[in-house]
Every structure is written in structure tokens, then in C-alpha cells.
Design a protein around this ligand. Structure first.
Ligand code: FAD
Ligand code: NAD
Length: 472
């Protein structure tokens, strides 16, 4: 076992989209940077076991769905054959290409990448332990903590069986199970239900609350909820999974519904996706002044400083929303603050996108939040039934809405449900961040025929009329 001592100007702990964005920005600003992660390359949850592999599989789900829908347009393909090994290899190749690319970008910037686990040994020192047992004592001027999050585990459902999976297991795609129980109707549950359903699995979703995607406005979720209820085997709302038990080749689940009745059902596999929790334990934070909230998030100010002047925190470990683009943005802010710039993390709109079919996306103020705050808003909706582009895609089930200040006519929030909503929402983010008025959006000529016109036409509705949607 070797022991080494070194020093660095900035150490970034965790190489996810928060950590690598922070490290790259700090290096670009001329700082000497060491990036520590337990994987061989930067990437974190997002690249190795989150955003990227899930979106690669969702793309395949989209192709399968489109091929099936084509029958309505007079084009029939034979039933698809899924070569699972090739599919897995392709997904893994995407991940490998992206993470190796990040490794290269890190080298080109002169960043020292250290593979291992870091723990604090005071406000100016970390110990990095490699799997080989080698240890590096690293003293630093500033540290950026970006250790991310991990799946929440429910003791009653954490049984020792490979048939009970978390998102990382589910993304490995070991097989295409005949039946799958998804516990949790949030981002992960619905995205992975979409993947497995498209591959041919009979999927049932169980959600504890009375609605899918509890954080989103109901009118945006409605088209998705209608679709999943139609295509999935079952969607059980207000339902609790009391226990799981391995019985031969299956998992027996005991479910308790709204009526209090208990029943049992067996599944080939179970995916538990009931949220994520921050990785703030076992980091030696007790040797520093860093404070942690009751839920385990590291407390930070608007510049992402913790209570310990030398230590910053960003990404999932520093609070919600736990999204990759929020982590990266915070990472760049922390790096700039360390380099002496007067900047802060003060976004008006962090977009949220659920990559289901249809996609659901929103940014800025939601209608639910406006109601909670008692804030007067004008809400306008443009139904995709009136969009030419949606008709050409055979997808008239979407909706675009704007949430506008009734006096100033400033766009405060945007919500979209429909295929491509994740791409379209970027215009909403720009509108909210630039404090655009609904008239700015209305008067900006949008290309025809595109789904982006639905944003322009929603803005037209603020002024009483939109070309393709007649209102008395
Ligand atoms: P992470 O990406 O979690 O990275 C933290 C890194 O730090 C990890 O590599 C971890 O191993 C390492 N680490 C932890 N402790 C230590 C230590 N002591 N020493 C060294 N290294 C350590 N978000 C989106 O915006 N869009 C999506 O489409 C999306 N899809 C997702 C799909 C799934 C299945 C999952 C699970 C998540 C998804 N997310 C998505 C969320 C997104 O992955 C996270 O918000 C994002 O990765 C957070 O970035 P981060 O930099 O804070 O941490
Ligand atoms: P989530 O918070 O999105 O959803 C969890 C769901 O599980 C909620 O609807 C909740 O009510 C439900 N739930 C909680 N306890 C339950 C129980 N005992 N039984 C049944 N249902 C229960 O969490 P997630 O889906 O695990 O995803 C974690 C986080 O990862 C997300 O919040 C998001 O920040 C991030 N993520 C983002 C994307 C994306 O941006 N497209 C994709 C995946 C994950």
C-alpha cells in the first residue's frame, strides 16, 4: 500500500455533470485542478447509470412505437426482433464514448484526474483511497463537493433478490421480463416503464400518491396519464407496496389500495424508483464546518458556499431539483466564485423534462406554485389538436401553455406535453430568463410547420385570438 502527499489549488470531489463542469470551468479560468471520482473517467450517475443510458434506451422505445404506429398510416412492419445483447452493447458504447471523451477533455485541460474515494480530513485536506489500497493525502485551497445522490431504499422492499432492481440494475437490461412491477410513478418509474413496455414487457405501475409525476401541473400530465393507462398493464394510484417476497422465479408483491383492501400479485421483476437521496454521509464532513439539512442535503448559499469557507457544494448533494443541467450550472458558478468573480446561482427557470411518450416539460413558475403563492396569473393553453405539425406526426394529444403576469404580460412559466417537449422547452427557458412579454413571443416569427408554433400561438391567445384555435 503506497501513501503519497500532494497539494492542489482546487479539488473537485465527484465527476458527474456538476463535478466535471466545475473542474473544466476552473481549469479554463487558469486554476490548478484535481478531479476525484471512483470511476475510471468523469461522467457520474448521469453518464454511467442515468440520463445517457436511459435516453439511449428511450430512443429505441420511440423507434419501436413509431414502427407500430405506422400501421395507422398504411405502413406495416413485421414484429420487431430485439437482439438484447446488441442493444446492451450499443447502449454501453454510447456511455463509453461519452465518458472517454470527458476523460480526454479533462486531460487536454491539464486537470489531474484521481480515481478513488475522497474523505475530508479537515477544512483543507482530503484523503483519497484507491481500490488498490493506495492513499493520497491532498491538501487544497478550495474544494467543490459534487458527490451526487443514490436511490432511496425502502426497508420493507429491500429484499436480497436480483429480481428486485433499482434504476442502475434496470438500465443493465439483463433480460426482457414477461412482467414488471414499477414502484413509483415519478421520472424514473415512468421513463423505464416506457422502455420496458416498448420492449414487450407487461408493466404495472404503483404510485403512493393520487397522481403520476406529483410535482408537475395536472393539465400537462393528463395526456401522458391517459396514454400510460391505455398501454400499460395497470396503473395503481394511492397504492402502497407492503412487502416483496421471492417465490421461485417470481416476486410476490403485497399491495394495499385506496380502499384498504390488501391483495397479492406476482411479477418476474420489480423496479423500485421512489426518489433519490444525497450522498453526504461518510465523507468526513464532521471534520469541517459544513452543515447538512435534515434530508441530508449540504447547506449552501447563492454562491454555493457551505458554512466552511474553503468548501463549496453543487449538484444533487446540494439540493433539489436533482437534475444534471442544474448541477452543471452550479458547478460553473462555484468555479467562477473561487476564481474571484462576483456571480451567483440565481436561475429564473430550471427546465424539467420527463422523457416519456408524450414528453412532459416545464420551466419557471408552474400553475400549482402560483396557486400556492396566491399569485394572480393568466394561463393560456394551445391544444395540439390545432397544430398542423402535430397532425402530420399523428400526435394531436399534446398541449402547450404559458403562465403570464396579467398586468405586465411577462412570461413567468411555460409547460408543454407532447413528443419533442424536451427540445421545445428551451424556448420557454429563454423567454422566462429574458423576461420576455407574451407579445415578444407572439411577434417572433416561428417556422411552419413546426411544434414550436404552439408556443407562438399560445402567446397569441393571451391577446384573445390565435390563428388556428378559434375561441368565441
Ligand atoms: P452525480 O452524477 O451523482 O455524480 C457524483 C459522482 O461522485 C459519482 O460518480 C459518484 O460515484 C462520485 N462520488 C460520490 N462520493 C464520492 C467520494 N467520496 N469520492 C469520490 N467520488 C465520489 N437528470 C437530467 O437532468 N436529465 C435526465 O434525463 C436524467 N435522467 C436520469 C435517469 C436516471 C435513471 C437517473 C438515476 C438520474 C437521472 N437524472 C437526469 C438525474 C441526474 O443523473 C443527476 O441529477 C446528476 O447526475 C447529478 O449530477 P451530480 O454531478 O450532482 O452527481
Ligand atoms: P421521483 O421523486 O421523480 O418519483 C418518485 C415517485 O415515487 C413519486 O411519485 C412518489 O410519490 C413515489 N413514491 C414514493 N414512495 C413510494 C412508495 N413507497 N410506493 C409507491 N410510490 C412511492 O423520483 P425518481 O423517479 O426515483 O427519480 C429521482 C430523481 O432523479 C428525480 O426526482 C429527478 O430529479 C431525477 N431524474 C430526472 C430525470 C429527467 O430529468 N428526465 C429522469 C430520471 C431521474
Amino acid at each position: 500500500m503506497a501513501r503519497e502527499q500532494r497539494s492542489t489549488s482546487v479539488v473537485v470531489i465527484g465527476g458527474g455533470p456538476g463535478g466535471y463542469a466545475a473542474a473544466f470551468a476552473a481549469a479554463d479560468l487558469g486554476l490548478e485542478v484535481t478531479l476525484v471520482d471512483d470511476a475510471p473517467n468523469p461522467g457520474g450517475v448521469c453518464l454511467y447509470r442515468g440520463c445517457i443510458p436511459s435516453k439511449a434506451l428511450l430512443n429505441v422505445a420511440h423507434v419501436l412505437d413509431q414502427a407500430r404506429q405506422a400501421a395507422d398510416w398504411g405502413v406495416t412492419f413485421s414484429e420487431p426482433k430485439v437482439d438484447l445483447e446488441r442493444l446492451r452493447t450499443w447502449k454501453d458504447e454510447v456511455v463509453q464514448k461519452m465518458t472517454e471523451g470527458l476523460g480526454d477533455l479533462s486531460k487536454k485541460r491539464g486537470i489531474t484526474f484521481v480515481q478513488g474515494r475522497a474523505t475530508f480530513a479537515g477544512p483543507k485536506r482530503v484523503t483519497v483511497s484507491a481500490e488498490s489500497g493506495d492513499e493520497l493525502e491532498l491538501s487544497f485551497e478550495h474544494a467543490i463537493l459534487a458527490t451526487g445522490s443514490q436511490p432511496v431504499r425502502i426497508p420493507a422492499l429491500s429484499i436480497d433478490s436480483s429480481r428486485v432492481m433499482d434504476s442502475t440494475d434496470a438500465l443493465r437490461l439483463e433480460d426482457i421480463p414477461g412482467s414488471l412491477l414499477v414502484v413509483g410513478g415519478g421520472y424514473i418509474g415512468l421513463e423505464l416503464a416506457t422502455v420496458y413496455h416498448a420492449l414487450g414487457t407487461q408493466v404495472s405501475v404503483v404510485e403512493l400518491t393520487s397522481e403520476l409525476l406529483p410535482g408537475a401541473d395536472r393539465d400537462l400530465v393528463r395526456p401522458l396519464a391517459a396514454k400510460v393507462k391505455r398501454v400499460l398493464h395497470a396503473v395503481h394510484l394511492k397504492t402502497q407496496v407492503l412487502s416483496l417476497e421471492e417465490r421461485g422465479e417470481q416476486i410476490l408483491a403485497r399491495l394495499k389500495g385506496e380502499d384498504g383492501e390488501e391483495r397479492e400479485e406476482s411479477f418476474d421483476r420489480v423496479l423500485v424508483a421512489v426518489g433519490r437521496r444525497p450522498n453526504s454521509a461518510n465523507l468526513g464532513l464532521e471534520t469541517t464546518k459544513v452543515e447538512v439539512t435534515e434530508r441530508g442535503f449540504v447547506r449552501v448559499d447563492s454562491q454555493r458556499r457551505t458554512a466552511e469557507p474553503t468548501i463549496f457544494a453543487i449538484g444533487d448533494v446540494a439540493g433539489e431539483p436533482m437534475l444534471a443541467h442544474k448541477a452543471s450550472h452550479e458547478g460553473r458558478v462555484a468555479a467562477e466564485v473561487i476564481s474571484g468573480r462576483r456571480v451567483a446561482f440565481e436561475p429564473q427557470a430550471i427546465p424539467a423534462v420527463v422523457f416519456t411518450d408524450p414528453e412532459v416539460a416545464w420551466c419557471g413558475l408552474t400553475e400549482a406554485a402560483a396557486k400556492e403563492q396566491g399569485r394572480q396569473v393568466k394561463v393560456v393553453r394551445f391544444p395540439w389538436g390545432a397544430s398542423g405539425r402535430a397532425a402530420t406526426l399523428g400526435r394531436s394529444d399534446g398541449v402547450t401553455k404559458l403562465i403570464v403576469d396579467p398586468e405586465s404580460e411577462q412570461v413567468l412559466g411555460v409547460g408543454i406535453c407532447g413528443p419533442g417537449a424536451g427540445e421545445l422547452i428551451a424556448e420557454g427557458v429563454l423567454a422566462v430568463e429574458m423576461a420576455a412579454l407574451a407579445s415578444d413571443v407572439m411577434l417572433s416569427i416561428h417556422p411552419h410547420p413546426t411544434l414550436s408554433e404552439t408556443i407562438m400561438e399560445a402567446a397569441e391567445s393571451v391577446y384573445g385570438s390565435s390563428t388556428h384555435f378559434y375561441r368565441k
